[in-house]
Design a protein. Sequence first.
Length: 197
Amino acid sequence: MYDYVDGKADWMAYGLPVEGRDGPFLGEMMSEVASCAAEGTVGDARRLLAADAGAAVVVLGGGGLAIGQVDVEVLEGHDDGESLLDVMSPVPTTVRPSVTVSSVAESGGGRRLVTTSDGRLLGVATVEQDHDHDHDHEAEFDQELAQVVEAIEERFGDREPSEAELRTFLHQRLVAEGRSAEDADRFLDQLESGEED
């Protein structure tokens, strides 16, 4: 018997099997993705994209580490002999196979590169956006908006506050409720953009 000391999440991040999961996890829905060594050329990537009809080719460094990617648009205007290292985009944020499908869906879904915890490419997973989560977020925003309007009426009564007074009051209220100053600013920006629609 082997006691894996780095923990269950790290174990799962290597795509190793576990029991009693709360999944499904990205590791269960990965598919292969076209990849090319960092020494490859634009021509190599074009051939891979044509053969695989994939969205992108992942550029791999030593040990299979995902270091960048190229797609058809990136390759346009470049000669076949050019180095991939000169034209690739840095690899986007990657996720571990232990990440739940639902958490990716709630954060917008889309195509995600899946790697081990030390950055080795395992594959790609595509997750649809969770529109129910978006609806829940809108309902929470509407409820907060109603509470804000009530607080404004209590504070200023019949007097119409200036925009600066209003923003300062709301910012202080949100911070007093436990939000960080940054979260308060984000909420107020969202509120202002919502009022403009």
